[in-house]
Design a protein around this ligand. Sequence first.
Ligand SMILES: NC(=O)c1ccc[n+]([C@@H]2O[C@H](COP(=O)([O-])OP(=O)(O)OC[C@H]3O[C@@H](n4cnc5c(N)ncnc54)[C@H](OP(=O)(O)O)[C@@H]3O)[C@@H](O)[C@H]2O)c1
Length: 341
Amino acid sequence: MITCGIVGVTGYAGLELLKLVEQHPTIHLEKAISDSRAGMTLSELYPWLQTGAQQLEPFQADALVGIDVLFLATPSGVSADYIRQLECFDGVVIDLSGDLRLPSNLYETWYGKPPVAAFIQTEAVYGLTEWSRDKLLTAKWISNPGCYATAVSLALVPFVQHDWIDPTNIIVSACSGITGAGKGLSEKTHHAKSNENVQLYKIHTHQHIPEIEQTLNTWSGTKATVSMSTHLLPINRGIMATITVQPNDDVSEDEWVHRLQNVYGDEPFIRVQQGEPEIKSVVGSNYCNLWVYKEERTNRLTIVSVIDNMQKGAAGQALQNANVRFGLEETLGLLSQPQYI
Ligand SMILES: NC(=O)c1ccc[n+]([C@@H]2O[C@H](COP(=O)([O-])OP(=O)(O)OC[C@H]3O[C@@H](n4cnc5c(N)ncnc54)[C@H](OP(=O)(O)O)[C@@H]3O)[C@@H](O)[C@H]2O)c1
């Protein structure tokens, strides 16, 4: 049995992790950690979930002895504070925030917060699972990718790695359900404002842009540049990223589909599809669905990627990374089908 702790179990990603871990055959929840609700039991916090009487505890680094893996489902900046206290922790840390994803200078520029110690940033393994397995096997710090970054990077890494497209000409239009913003209420996420509305936000300034560029550069050795606009949709879950690129090869649409299927054919969570993309095809699951279309008139490609922001975009991928890190079957606890309806 592998023991885990979830920090921020009262938040959306923490709750998703809790639900997944509750059904995991090998990873067992030892510590449910919450600073704001310490003292409550899980069954008081989530009476609709069959969790039992485990008590929520405040974060205390020295109380974590014996925990094999600690998930930090906390906001950027808050994770960094906890990470600074975890230098002597013996287990594996999987951080769902952006605090371990970028080198210090880029982190300060895009997040506007003080970075964690440079040696931790350097040691951290970026856990885009399908492309990081070898490094994950020995990682102490695992940086779980951002939700938009996961959707876009899974779509694009094969294209830049094989030099199929111009890496300096990538345009992303992406949209997310409201849970992507976390449970805290803001003017943007208030029901009256978000319902029956589509809001464009952080145009060209979203903090996942440097993360995507870094990923594409890492796996291609080129200098990728990405323009990205992000939108908030009046739905609970799901991300759709529509990506426009300039191909280097003049081949048919069928050939592009075939190339992508060749890359991802054996992946349990990536499905290369044909037909019309929709978010519901992944919501409630850990799948990433990909489509590729050729526009004959302009010779551009449109690549579409959909994920559930809280599963493949957060808690699902975090658990997938834990499965890989501890040598377990990678799909354990993660094979639920999309809810669809
Ligand atoms: N939601 C998504 O779709 C998604 C996707 C990818 C990555 N992430 C990342 O996962 C992390 C958690 O996201 P989330 O959506 O679950 O956020 P959330 O719903 O706002 O929950 C965050 C949790 O962090 C804890 N926390 C501790 N100090 C805090 C502080 N100063 N301010 C706010 N919360 C604090 C809170 O729990 P206690 O007060 O009980 O300790 C809270 O429940 C974030 O870093 C986020 O960027 C989220």
